[in-house]
Design a binder for this molecule. Structure first.
Ligand code: R5P
Length: 294
């Protein structure tokens, strides 16, 4: 077996290869002046190949995978597993306006056609309960970093109140709170635009409490910023943030700081300076189980 990775996710690739006790090789990339990609994979490949590719900033990476997967098979791979710690397009899970593509379905199907199995962490499963609803049953394995994040928070801020900003965060926040024996509460959110969200946070007492906002991802950061501003206005002693996927696009990070957020922590699904929680221990048994399947 071999792990194939990319240079911009080298650290996680190295950690994963060490934990799996397997060789790691990088897929070399060149971008031609016209924007096309040239990929070079190691040749030959063993029968079992795991490709690590997070799908933050997804569009170029999807094309990479559409080229890399069939090439890996041509070079000898018989069983091909994609580890995509962050799986993009999962929030586009319904036809919000007439004619709008339900991209979640199509991207999941596309990947399932290229790979024998896919492992991901905290995909945004909101209107569907499982990846089985968008790809052949059993082909997609969704793990959660919620417990790891909960335990990390409990170590950093003993007695913290965990708050999930919106209904869909309830699944992660309740799991994190149970694992770390912390209080938790869930708010409600209405999104009016990419960076325009209105939040209604739970009425419970936050005055004097150390609050940690927990969510699956931060993109523009506006969800967390809106929540942090309300909590600090209501007298929270401190507001920290913990997310699985540190997308933090545009000015998200400085804007969070400006809103009064103290610490920002994330798992290392997406390489980012806020990475504090290692997901390798989650991935390890899942990869072993998938590779052991007949
Ligand atoms: C969606 O509900 C997700 O769980 C996140 O709350 C959301 O994607 C965060 O986006 P942003 O950082 O742009 O507010």
């Amino acid at each position: 077996m071999i792990l194939l990775g990319f240079d911009d996710e080298l650290l996680l690739a190295q950690q994963l290869a060490a934990a799996l006790a397997c060789p790691l090789q990088l897929i070399q990339r060149h971008r031609f002046p016209d924007g096309e990609l040239r990929l070079v994979l190691p040749k030959p490949l063993p029968e079992q190949v795991v490709i690590l590719r997070g799908l933050q900033q997804p569009n170029d990476k999807l094309v990479e995978l559409l080229i890399a997967a069939p090439t890996a098979r041509e070079l000898g791979a018989k069983r091909l597993v994609l580890v995509a710690p962050y799986l993009a397009y999962m929030r586009q899970d319904m036809e919000f306006t007439p004619g709008e593509a339900v991209s979640q379905r199509h991207i999941a199907r596309l990947l399932s056609q290229q790979f024998d199995a896919l492992i991901t962490i905290d995909p945004h499963l909101h209107r569907i309960a499982s990846l089985d609803e968008v790809m052949p049953a059993g082909q997609g394995l969704a793990l959660s970093a919620a417990r790891l994040l909960g335990r990390w928070v409990a170590q950093q801020v003993p007695g913290a109140l965990l708050i999930g900003p919106d209904e869909e965060s309830a699944q992660w926040v309740s799991e994190a709170a149970a694992a770390a024996r912390l209080d938790h509460a869930i708010g409600r959110k209405v999104r009016h635009g990419d960076a325009d969200v209105k939040l209604a946070l739970p009425e419970g007492e936050v005055r004097g409490r150390a609050v940690v906002l927990l969510d699956d991802m931060a993109s523009t950061g506006r969800t967390l910023i809106g929540a942090a501003e309300q909590l600090l206005a209501r007298g929270a002693a401190s507001v920290d943030v913990a997310v699985t996927h540190a997308l933090f696009n545009g000015d998200a990070l400085p804007a969070l700081r400006a809103a009064g957020v103290r610490h920002v922590w994330s798992s290392n699904t997406v390489p980012h300076p806020s990475n504090a929680v290692d997901i390798t221990p989650l991935l390890l048994p899942a990869i072993a189980e998938l590779l052991a399947r007949p």
